[in-house]
Design a binder for this molecule. Structure first.
Ligand code: GLU
Length: 297
């Protein structure tokens, strides 16, 4: 029997959802539900300095207001440190990872801006100072296929880079924990924003290292501001208005290249979503990022 589809939405609680994150939530939800699958929510709260108080509960409340109801319990990454730590220890003891004291300035000055493996053979020890931990990249991924954007080729220096899996400020790196949790939650397909295309090959290399079965990937178009920047919590994108869920859902569906029922203004939020599940066509999703009208940014 084929594995049942399990998808997810994995917001970081660095602020309320904005139109761009609604597009990601809706796109991942519709893809999962149109495949008769489960849709999980994971709060990626691994970076306390960037966390905004109350953002996690506001994000969940926003999803509920939009009738984007998740299956199973929400997973909070802040509750998983022991599991992550055990993986780090195992990588270190098997010499698959190493400590590094190189500064960001040093790495930025390197010819292609990618780490050159300087600390690979220095055998630094943790108590010398605050050190980052890097993965020894023995499974470089030179290409992968995205279901929306097609074949993606990866620059050699980027593919071969020993990337950070634990930061020198003591925080776990996103690229490590996203893979550990997607695997733990049995995610079969990852639908997320195209800003994460550049790190996907690094994440696939971890699947290969751990021997995990690989999910498929769908990277959704990003919503851009006038300057061509991604709408983000950092550049103060407008929070989603909770009293306007149907119109925003309709806009997000159009943004994703989907059609709307003629009478959508008379439908309930649930009827609009049910219609969208029935008529969801991943092939219609635009392959490029798009600027948004100013009133919804
Ligand atoms: N937590 C990430 C974000 O909010 C998304 C991670 C992912 O979907 O892989 O941008």
């Amino acid at each position: 029997m084929p594995t049942r589809y399990i998808g997810r939405f994995a917001p970081s609680p660095s602020g309320p959802l904005h139109f761009g994150s609604l597009v990601t939530a809706l796109g991942s939800y519709l893809q999962a539900k149109s495949c008769h699958g489960k849709w999980l929510v994971r709060i990626e709260d691994i970076d306390p300095p960037r966390e905004v108080k109350g953002a996690s509960s506001l994000i969940l409340k926003t999803l509920e207001t939009f009738h984007l109801f998740w299956d199973d319990n929400v997973l909070y990454q802040s509750a998983c440190h022991e599991r992550y730590q055990a993986v780090l220890q195992s990588l270190l003891s098997h010499h698959q990872a190493y400590y590094c004291d190189c500064t960001r300035q040093r790495v930025q000055k390197l010819p292609n801006g990618h780490y050159d493996g300087y600390c690979r053979h220095r055998h630094l020890k943790i108590n010398q100072s605050q050190l980052a931990i890097r993965l020894k990249q023995n499974h470089p991924i030179s290409e992968f296929t995205d279901k929306i954007r097609g074949l993606q080729t990866v620059e050699t220096a980027s593919a071969q880079e020993d990337f950070i899996i634990h930061r020198k400020d003591g925080l776990f790196a996103y690229n490590l924990v996203v893979v550990l949790d997607d695997h733990k939650q049995g995610i079969t397909e990852i639908v997320r924003g195209a800003d994460l295309l550049p790190v996907t090959a690094k994440q696939i290399s971890l699947y290969k290292l751990f021997g995990f079965s690989l999910p498929s990937y769908c990277h959704l178009p990003l919503a851009l501001d006038n300057n061509g920047n991604k709408l983000s919590k950092q550049n103060h994108a407008k929070p989603i208005e909770l009293n306007n869920s149907k119109s925003l859902t309709a806009l997000a569906l159009q943004f994703l290249g989907q059609c709307l029922p003629k009478d959508w203004q008379d439908a309930t939020q649930q009827q609009l979503l049910d219609w969208a599940i029935q008529h969801w066509q991943i092939a219609k999703i635009p392959k490029q990022n798009t600027q948004l009208p100013t009133n919804i940014r």
